[in-house]
Design a protein around this ligand. Structure first.
Ligand code: ARG
Length: 263
């Protein structure tokens, strides 16, 4: 009888230990919620009810490399910054977010993963040859982006010729309606829109005063995520995964010279 009790006790012990192990695993297996503003094709956008784009594929590669579970949530641009700051609804963001000093006061960023610059989109035959030519014209931007910063500097923050929209898709719509003379946004987005709408006869204009920008994952300040994500980003950049994803979305080999120099 004593023996049976002992055997039973041993079983209980083994099972409860196993249960402990399991609960530890599931703590490590937390599912991160990654926020985005999926109105920025081809970086992040909706394909029917699915969030897709370069950033989404890149995120997948990085999270796999880091061994982290995640889901992506389309929260919109302003809400993205608000919820990463509070670190509540979402754990971090991927949304073509440019790393800059102003944002660094409130957020941390991962290592840079994408090089970009702003472009001006105008109608074919427009007199606009550079940013200076926008001085007396109406310009649409997505509010609180680097394009907003550029045009605010050029025209003044409160200029009535600067039209800010909640998403870049709405800025494009305003241009299509003839409400503005130009849209300023990131090069990949302008190029994609010009290419996908040949009937609208838009062209992309560059300006040498527009800085090189680098995208990073938007992290809460002092988050331990940086230590988990940066090595994974480095590996994805180095092991050919990045080039594969880049080719899928942009049809070309990436030039990683500047990006690598930023690591
Ligand atoms: N790179 C620009 C910025 O950080 C624009 C990014 C907008 N991204 C988006 N998903 N709407 O300000």
């Amino acid at each position: 009888m004593k023996k049976i009790v002992l055997v039973l006790l041993a079983f209980v012990l083994v099972f409860s230990l196993a249960a402990c192990g399991k609960s530890d695993d599931s703590a490590a297996g937390k599912t991160y919620t990654v926020g985005t503003d999926a109105t920025y094709a081809p970086m992040e956008f909706m394909d029917k009810d699915k969030i897709v784009g370069f950033d989404i594929d890149f995120l997948k590669a990085v999270m796999k490399e880091a061994g982290l579970n995640y889901k992506v949530k389309n929260v919109g641009w302003d809400a993205l910054f608000a919820s990463v700051k509070q670190a509540t609804e979402i754990d971090f963001g991927i949304s073509s977010v440019t790393i800059n000093d102003e944002r660094k006061q409130t957020y941390d960023f991962s290592a840079p993963y994408f090089e970009s610059t702003n472009l001006i989109m105008v109608k074919e035959g427009s007199s606009v040859k550079s940013a200076a030519d926008l001085k007396n014209l109406k310009v649409a931007v997505q509010g609180a982006t680097t394009a907003d910063d550029i045009i605010s500097d050029l025209k003044g923050k409160t200029s009535s010729d600067l039209k800010r929209f909640e998403s870049n898709a709405l800025a494009f719509l305003e241009m299509d309606k003839g409400g503005v003379d130009a849209v300023v946004a990131d090069n990949m987005i302008i190029n994609e829109y010009v290419k996908n709408n040949p009937d609208k006869k838009y062209v992309a204009i560059s300006d040498s005063s527009f800085a090189s920008e680098y995208y990073g994952l938007l992290l809460p300040k002092d988050s331990d995520l940086k230590a988990k994500l940066d090595p994974a980003i480095k590996t994805v950049l180095e092991n050919g995964e990045y080039a594969k994803i880049y080719k899928k979305w942009f049809g070309a080999e990436p030039d990683l010279t500047n990006l690598n120099a930023q690591q």
